[in-house]
Design a protein around this ligand. Structure first.
Ligand SMILES: NC(=O)c1ccc[n+]([C@@H]2O[C@H](COP(=O)([O-])OP(=O)(O)OC[C@H]3O[C@@H](n4cnc5c(N)ncnc54)[C@H](O)[C@@H]3O)[C@@H](O)[C@H]2O)c1
Ligand SMILES: [Zn+2]
Ligand SMILES: [Zn+2]
Length: 361
């Protein structure tokens, strides 16, 4: 089969690889869509150490089951499926408690690091354990399914924020995750959702996706705007989706006393904490990692239109265009959001619109 192989850092090639054999608990899937994740782009140049070559990356995928292992019971060939990227063990203390994102023996599809190596879905076929797979509704496009991981991350960020309804929210960062946090918090019953970014084009998208107010501001200017909008009180919850010193400090200044700042962004490995503000204003700082059981809800939210993902998909392209899309993403070309690769397409057939998806082969 053909696969997009990271043969050395900053070098992707289309390589011939053996087609995987499904183990007894695995599904063999013909990949129809696989999104390029920010973590793939950061792994591609070696900066994270989580994509040690040689590795086939790609974990935001969907496709059609073409084979099943002997112990698989819930899936059969022809099923349209997607899967979550962490492969949890199912028997450690955390898994037993349902906190599969915190599994002690967690591996991740399309990741290679010192502890493990697992081939990903920038390939014609992939084998994954049945327990991480989900069936897709008939109307669901494969390219929309490539957005499920990001949607689950946003739903988890909102879930750990424990909204009760009617909260005022500030989302900091209108990137992929911020735009989904905006929609997820709205769906969870927030009364007003504000969003800030330094990039105007991202804010235009945020306005189209239902933000009550968009703010091209950061630091003191953002704090001033939020205080004006909330009568000097601050918002109930800040959903931080950038992950830098400045944005986290601003988030702490924008939240009301006793409010919550949920930390989803994590670009910086370490930040300065305005400790006395957090303590004396009794602010809850809540970390949010990946997702934990939000996949089914994410499928439902997209299917029902409560969360819109099509505006966040920039292009659907054949696998052969993978190297050039990685270069463009790595160079931080403006206005690129999600790029989805479809290994069923070849370069000659050209690009099709994301919604013009072929349901199955
Ligand atoms: N916790 C998790 O499980 C999880 C999962 C996925 C991504 N993330 C993290 O979430 C963050 C966002 O990811 P993304 O995919 O949306 O990235 P992205 O690059 O699409 O978006 C980041 C946005 O932040 C904006 N930004 C940069 N500096 C800013 C500032 N000073 N003020 C306001 N906005 C600013 C950028 O213009 C951009 O729109 C990253 O840190 C990523 O690592 C966390
Ligand atoms: Zn991802
Ligand atoms: Zn476990």
């Amino acid at each position: 089969m053909k696969a997009l192989l990271l043969s050395e850092y900053n070098r992707l090639t289309i390589a011939e690889q053996p087609r995987p054999e499904p183990a007894s608990d695995e599904l063999l899937i013909q990949v129809a869509a696989c999104g390029i994740c920010g973590s793939d782009v950061h792994g591609y140049d070696g900066s994270t150490g989580r994509r040690i070559p040689p590795i086939v990356m790609g974990h935001e995928a969907a496709g059609t089951v073409v084979g099943v292992g002997s112990a698989v019971s819930a899936f059969s060939p022809g099923d349209r499926v997607t899967f979550d990227s962490p492969v949890y063990c199912g028997f450690c203390d955390f898994c037993q408690a349902g906190q599969i994102n915190l599994c002690n023996n967690r591996q991740v599809i399309g990741v290679s690091c010192a502890e493990f190596r697992r081939a990903g879905a920038f390939a014609e076929f992939i084998a994954v354990p049945e327990r991480i797979a989900y069936k897709l509704p008939e109307t669901f496009t494969f390219s929309d399914a490539a957005m499920l991981e990001a949607v689950s991350v946003a739903l988890h960020g909102v879930a750990v924020s424990e909204l009760k309804g009617q909260e005022t929210i500030l989302v900091i960062g209108a990137g992929m995750i911020g735009l989904l946090l905006l929609q997820a918090s709205r769906a969870a019953g927030a009364s007003r959702v504000f969003i800030s970014d330094v990039d105007e084009t991202r804010l235009k998208l945020a306005a189209d996706l239902g933000a009550d107010d968009t703010m091209q501001a950061s630091g003191a200017l953002l704090i001033e705007k939020i205080m004006r909008l909330t009568g000097g009180r601050g918002v109930d919850v800040v959903l931080e989706a950038v992950g830098r010193d400045e944005t986290i400090a601003t988030g702490i200044d924008c939240v009301r006393k006793g409010g919550t700042v949920t930390l989803v962004g994590n670009i910086a490995p370490q930040v300065n904490l305005p400790l006395q503000k957090v303590v004396s204003r009794q602010i809850r700082l809540q970390g949010s990692c990946a997702s934990s059981g939000e996949y089914a809800q994410a499928i439902e939210m997209i299917a029902s239109g409560k969360i819109k993902v099509a505006p966040l998909i920039t292009a659907v392209a054949p696998l052969s265009e993978g190297p050039s899309w990685f270069d463009r993403l790595h160079a931080r070309e403006p206005n690129l959001m999600k790029i989805v690769l479809d290994p069923r397409r070849n370069a000659e057939s050209g690009r099709q619109s994301p919604n013009n998806d072929i349901p199955s082969l």
